[in-house]
Structure formats: structure tokens, C-alpha cells
Design a protein around this ligand. Structure first.
Ligand SMILES: C[S@@+](CC[C@H](N)C(=O)[O-])C[C@H]1O[C@@H](n2cnc3c(N)ncnc32)[C@H](O)[C@@H]1O
Length: 232
């Protein structure tokens, strides 16, 4: 099954095929403000709140879901936010192709697809290899925020992070049920309304960390299709 592709003409949208490899995002935004990334922005409610609160930062919001990218662009436009751009792309592809090492000041991943069945867990986006690719793109001192409604996903990510010396935990526990001043996404609000807790993780790339990130692995464009199958 494939997504129905809607052409997105919004000025907030960057078409993946027009981006330079790697991309100079300072030139895209016309300033050298710190750059942050949201992976899996959905309909853009989280990034809209965050970018409103942090006008001194630039944000890239990515999703493989075409309609979600369109809704995110529309929401950003309604809120007049000039510090965000939306890209329809796959996270690993973005990290391997478009981002330079140490270019990100923060990364946000909220309620990633849970793949709850045990035999599907290997499909989860956030694993050790992915965290190393993130680490490479994060500058020392950059923040990584992860949230999930699925306890075992969050515990697994917390475990992986604990074993990566490039990261340090910014909270008093590996996983918390609250994160002060953190905006709520659509999925977070949905789960909280159903009485399900959200599990939060906040790590930082250790200042002084030099060599724990691995070089980018080759990622093909076709790699993305498996991830978009369920968005028909
Ligand atoms: C469960 S939704 C959560 C959306 C939003 N973060 C929220 O909390 O409301 C997960 C989102 O991640 C996107 N996604 C899944 N895998 C992705 C990948 N590999 N790269 C980019 N986006 C991805 C999906 O298309 C979907 O919009």
C-alpha cells in the first residue's frame, strides 16, 4: 500500500530532492541560530508549541507521512513561525545524507511507532545503531528527548543510552512520567486522556565526548518504503 501523495507547495516545506548533500541549514534559515530536529512530527502540534517558545532556535520537523507534513506546514503558517522547516524524509536517511556531524543542538522524538508485538520490535526506529547516528549529528552538550507510551520501548532506549558513553542522563531516573515544561504532542494527549502514562527520557551528548559516534552508514532511498507501508 502506498500513501496518497499530495503536492506540498508551502514555503515551510523543503522538498527532499532539492536539498544539497549535506545541507547548509544556516543558509536555509538565513541565520546561524542553533538547529534542533523533531523526528516524526505527525501533524505538527508539538513543533508548533516548541518553536513558539524558542524563537531563537531553528527547527527541522520531519516525517515520512505526506499528509502529516502538509498539516504541519499549515499549522506553522497559521502560527506565523519562520523558524521551522518541514521535510518529508526518513530519519536515518536525513541523518546519513543531509546533516553534518555536530550540527544539532537538540533532538525530539515523541511517541515513535511502537511496534508492540515482540516479533516486530526490530522494526522500532530507536535502537543502538540509530542512537549512534543521532550522537554523530548532535553537538557536545546537545539534548536528546524521547517519549513513548510503551514502557518496554522507553526502558529499552534508556538501557541503550546508558551503555553509550557519549550520552549522559539529565534526569534522576532512567525514565520519568513527567518532564517539566515539555509540550504535549497529539499522541501524548491521546494516551494521557486514556489514563496511560507517557515515559520520558532526557539525555545530553556529553561535553568533551569526541569519538563515540560512528560514521554514517550508507542508507538507500528505497529503505524508506518499508516504513511508510502502514501509512496508506
Ligand atoms: C505514532 S506517530 C507520533 C506522531 C507525533 N510525534 C505525536 O507524538 O503526536 C509516529 C510518527 O512518526 C513517523 N515516522 C515513523 N517512522 C519514521 C521514520 N523512520 N522517519 C520519519 N518519520 C517516521 C510516522 O509517520 C508518524 O507520523
Amino acid at each position: 500500500m502506498t500513501q496518497r501523495m499530495i503536492e506540498i507547495t508551502s514555503p515551510w516545506f523543503l522538498a527532499e530532492e532539492t536539498l544539497a548533500i549535506p545541507t547548509d541549514f544556516s543558509a536555509v534559515f538565513g541565520n546561524k541560530n542553533p538547529l534542533a530536529l523533531e523526528i516524526g512530527c505527525g501533524i505538527g502540534d508539538f513543533i508548533t508549541q516548541l518553536a513558539t517558545r524558542q524563537p531563537q532556535r531553528n527547527f527541522i520537523a520531519i516525517d515520512i507521512y505526506n499528509k502529516g507534513c502538509l498539516k504541519t506546514c499549515n499549522r506553522l503558517q497559521q502560527n506565523g513561525l519562520s523558524n521551522v522547516r518541514v521535510i518529508r524524509t526518513e530519519a536515518r536517511y536525513l541523518l546519513a545524507q543531509f546533516l553534518t556531524p555536530e550540527s544539532l543542538a537538540a533532538v525530539y522524538i515523541n511517541c515513535p511507532d511502537p511496534w508492540p508485538k515482540k516479533r516486530h520490535r526490530k522494526r522500532r526506529l530507536v535502537n543502538g545503531e540509530f542512537l549512534l547516528a543521532l550522537l554523530r549529528a548532535m553537538r557536545p552538550g546537545a539534548d536528546l528527548f524521547f517519549s513513548s507510551d510503551v514502557a518496554d520501548y522507553a526502558l529499552d532506549v534508556a538501557d541503550q543510552l546508558q551503555n553509550l558513553p557519549g550520552f549522559e542522563n539529565r534526569m534522576s531516573a532512567p525514565v520519568a512520567f513527567e518532564l517539566a515544561d515539555y509540550p504535549l504532542s497529539k499522541y501524548m494527549r491521546r494516551f494521557l486522556a486514556q489514563g496511560q502514562p507517557i515515559h520520558f527520557i532526557h539525555h545530553r551528548r556529553r561535553v568533551g565526548d569526541t569519538g563515540h559516534a560512528m560514521p554514517p552508514q550508507p542508507v538507500s532511498r528505497g529503505f524508506r518504503s518499508a516504513w511508510s507501508e502502514h501509512h496508506a
